[in-house]
Design a binder for this molecule. Structure first.
Ligand SMILES: CC(C)(COP(=O)(O)OP(=O)(O)OC[C@H]1O[C@@H](n2cnc3c(N)ncnc32)[C@H](O)[C@@H]1OP(=O)(O)O)[C@@H](O)C(=O)NCCC(=O)NCCS
Length: 222
C-alpha cells in the first residue's frame, strides 16, 4: 500500500493561520509549534530498506544528545537493547522518518519515531522485556516509541513534529491516551507537549548498569 508523503512548509506561521496536513488519510490541524525551522522536508512511514540508516541515526543520536543525561557506561549498556530500533514498528507501519530534501533525488533521513498498538513500552528488538500483545484502544494508552533526532538536526522542531505525527496516527486508530517510557533527554520535550510524569523506572542493563527512564502519559486533545 502506498502511504501519502507528508509535506510541510518550512516557515513558522501564526497559530491563527494554522495550515493542515494529511497523514494516514486523516486531516490534522497543524499548530505553529509543529512547524520545524528547516528547509524542505517530508515525513513518511519507515520501510525495511531504511533499517540500516535508522540503526546508525539512533546510535549517533544516543551517543551525542544523551551525553549530558547518562554516563558512557549507561549508554554502552543501553545501546542496542533499551535504546534502539524496534523493527516490529516498521512491520506494523507505525514508524515514521523525517527526511530533508536537498533536491528531488537527494534526501536524507534526519529523525525517526513511532507509536505502537502493542504493549511493549520501550526497547529495541533485543530488549529483555517484549510484550507483543495488542492494546485495546478503548481502555489502553497507545505507546509513543523511539523518537530519535540526528544530532546535527536537533532543536529545530523535528522531535515535536514526529511526536505530533505519532499522536495523530494513534488517535486515528482509536486511542484516546498516549504513554511512553521516556529517556531523561526526552522529558523536557514531552512535558512541553502536555505529558505528565507517572513514575521513574530503573532499567537493568546487560553490563550491570541501570538506566533511569520516566513513564509519562497524556490524554488526547479532543
Ligand atoms: C529528545 C529529542 C527527540 C528532542 O528532539 P528535538 O528535535 O531536538 O526537539 P524539538 O526541537 O522539537 O524541541 C522542542 C522543544 O522541546 C524542548 N527541548 C527539546 N530538547 C531539549 C533538551 N535537550 N533540553 C531542554 N529542552 C529541550 C525545548 O523547549 C524545545 O524548544 P526550543 O528548542 O525552542 O528551546 C532529541 O533530543 C533526541 O533525539 N534525543 C536523543 C534520543 C532520545 O533521548 N529520545 C527520546 C526517546 S523517549
Amino acid at each position: 500500500m502506498e502511504w501519502p508523503i507528508l509535506k510541510l512548509a518550512p516557515t513558522v506561521v501564526a497559530p491563527r493561520l494554522r495550515p493542515k496536513f494529511s497523514v494516514h488519510s486523516v486531516t490534522i490541524p497543524l499548530p505553529s509549534y509543529h512547524q520545524p525551522v528547516l528547509p524542505n522536508f517530508s515525513v513518511r512511514l519507515a520501510t525495511e530498506a531504511d533499517i540500516p540508516t535508522l540503526h546508525a541515526l539512533i546510535e549517533s543520536s544516543v551517543r551525542i544528545l544523551q551525553a549530558d543525561d547518562y554516563t558512557p557506561a549507561q549508554i554502552e549498556g543501553a545501546l542496542g537493547t533499551v535504546l534502539g530500533l524496534d523493527t516490529q514498528l516498521v512491520a506494523d507501519q507505525t514508524y515514521f522518518v523525517a527526511e530533508i530534501h536537498y533536491s528531488s533525488a537527494a534526501k536524507i533521513i534526519v529523525a525517526c519515531g513511532g507509536w505502537s498498538k502493542r504493549k511493549t513500552l520501550f526497547g529495541s528488538d533485543h530488549a529483555a522485556v517484549r510484550e507483543p500483545e495488542f492494546l485495546d484502544p478503548a481502555t489502553d494508552a497507545a505507546k509513543i516509541r523511539a523518537i530519535f533526532v540526528h544530532p546535527d538536526w536537533s532543536r529545530r522542531g523535528l522531535g515535536t513534529l514526529l511526536l505530533a505525527t505519532c499522536e495523530s496516527a494513534a488517535k486515528s486508530a482509536g486511542f484516546t491516551r498516549f504513554e511512553m517510557g521516556s529517556t531523561l533527554t526526552g522529558v523536557p520535550l514531552y512535558k512541553l507537549r502536555g505529558y505528565e510524569v507517572i513514575e521513574p523506572i530503573a532499567v537493568s542493563l546487560r553490563n550491570g548498569e541501570s538506566l533511569p527512564v520516566i513513564r509519562m502519559a497524556k490524554s488526547a486533545e479532543r
